[in-house]
Design a protein around this ligand. Structure first.
Ligand SMILES: Cc1cc2nc3c(=O)[nH]c(=O)nc-3n(C[C@H](O)[C@H](O)[C@H](O)COP(=O)(O)O)c2cc1C
Length: 148
């Protein structure tokens, strides 16, 4: 079975909730989903190439992604994820820089095959956020399935 890892960096758990919803969407497409905190993922760097896709998310604080995600992105350069399905997400309040920066790094540095844009949500539960996050998961799962 194909499998996708969903990695999040959060302070107040909103981004973790979005990660869980993305994983639900992935599973609805019969693809395996593993959700891990970025600190856990940092210890797994050598095993990341076992996954068929990766979705990375961080909340935005002071116009930036959280530091552990920034450090993790440097480690991804040589993690063997080139050409694999990728996406990014994050909870934000007003400017939401983190998801776009993660997206661009995965696209241009890690050279993943990205879905069409990052997912940015003010809340995991308001304003259709649940469905949007699940749909984002479904989209990346379909991309993985299409690769066979
Ligand atoms: C001190 C502080 C700084 C923040 N800075 C930003 C910011 O620069 N841009 C933004 O969009 N949201 C900002 N936010 C809002 C958070 O991104 C928002 O609360 C988000 O839901 C937090 O996600 P998390 O629960 O995953 O940590 C800030 C929040 C706090 C408490």
């Amino acid at each position: 079975m194909a499998k996708i890892i969903v990695i999040y960096a959060t302070r107040t758990q909103q981004t973790r909730k979005i990660a869980e919803l993305i994983a639900e969407g992935i599973r609805l497409e019969n693809v395996e989903a593993t959700v891990v905190d970025v600190n856990e993922a940092t210890k797994m760097t050598a095993r990341l190439s076992e996954f068929d896709g990766a979705v990375l998310g961080s909340a935005t604080y002071h116009g930036e992604m959280l530091q552990p995600m920034k450090t993790f992105l440097f480690a991804l350069e040589k993690a063997g994820l080139e050409g694999k399905a990728g996406g990014s997400f994050g909870a934000f309040g007003w400017s939401g820089e983190a998801p776009g920066r993660i997206y661009n790094t995965l696209k241009h540095v890690v050279r993943m095959d990205m879905v069409n844009g990052p997912l940015m949500l003010k809340s995991a539960s308001l304003g259709g956020g649940i469905k949007m996050a699940q749909d984002y998961g479904r989209e990346i799962a379909k991309k993985v399935a299409a690769k066979g």
